[in-house]
Design a protein. Structure first.
Length: 232
């Protein structure tokens, strides 16, 4: 409970009011559970050794309703995840916690060692803080970082993703790392395979008819691990 005083100040009220207050406080409290060990085996994701097929949404609210549809996971983009992780745990959902890698198209320079180091420090802070949360399924590093830039800029993006993935895995070997790109392009997945081998899960944002062929196109570029369609 975040505020024990609220509960204790109600002890002189009627029994019904005390019970209601206690139930309300307990509903808000994080659910106590141990952190899962999440691994990748070929194209599968395993949670404590059991195959886990991701089925969910990118969202922050109405988690019980989402769970009722049969979903088992949500994905974030870089928001502070603490309260969301607690809410997801109460709802019985896992979370792919996203960390926002800055985009070259918005002025970030992956050739600037100081800027990259500061970004990695922020990532490290997030991982250290939340790596033992029981709702954590995986870490997501970046979302469409490679889009709308010149080929020479893209060549610096893939090693930047690799640096982020390596940093995460050095701090939290119990959870895999996902990188999200916009569709497959002609060589995006191949570049991820070549320059970011520490990435475990491929996230693909894809729309329209391209969805029907996205998995095959990713495999054709050499991706052998799990694939999650992260936007649809």
């Amino acid at each position: 409970m975040k505020d024990h005083g609220v509960v204790f100040r109600l002890v002189r009220a009627s029994g019904a009011r005390v019970l209601a207050a206690l139930l309300f406080a307990l509903a808000l409290a994080p659910v106590s559970a141990r952190a899962s060990v999440v691994t990748v085996r070929g194209a599968e994701i395993l949670v404590d050794g059991v195959p886990f097929v991701p089925n969910g949404a990118s969202g922050l609210t109405r988690l019980p309703e989402l769970k009722a549809t049969g979903a088992n996971v949500i994905r974030t983009y870089g928001e502070e995840p603490g309260e969301l992780l607690d809410a997801a745990q109460r709802a019985g959902l896992k979370v792919i916690v996203g960390f926002w890698l800055e985009h070259p198209r918005r002025g970030f320079d992956y050739g600037n060692a100081q800027a990259v180091a500061e970004q990695l420090d922020r990532l490290e802070h997030m991982v250290v803080r939340y790596r033992t949360h029981p709702a954590l399924l995986a870490w997501g590093v970046g979302n469409e970082v490679e889009t709308e830039i010149a080929p020479e800029q893209a060549l610096a993006v893939w090693p930047g993703i690799e640096q982020a993935a390596k940093r995460v895995k050095s701090l939290d070997p119990a959870h895999p790392v996902m990188a999200v790109i916009a569709d497959t392009g002609t060589d995006k997945v191949a570049n991820l395979v070549k320059f970011a081998p520490s990435v475990d899960i491929l996230g693909l944002n894809v729309y329209g008819d391209s969805t029907l062929s996205i998995i095959g196109r990713a495999r054709a570029q050499g991706w052998k691990g799990p694939i999650i369609v992260t936007e649809l």
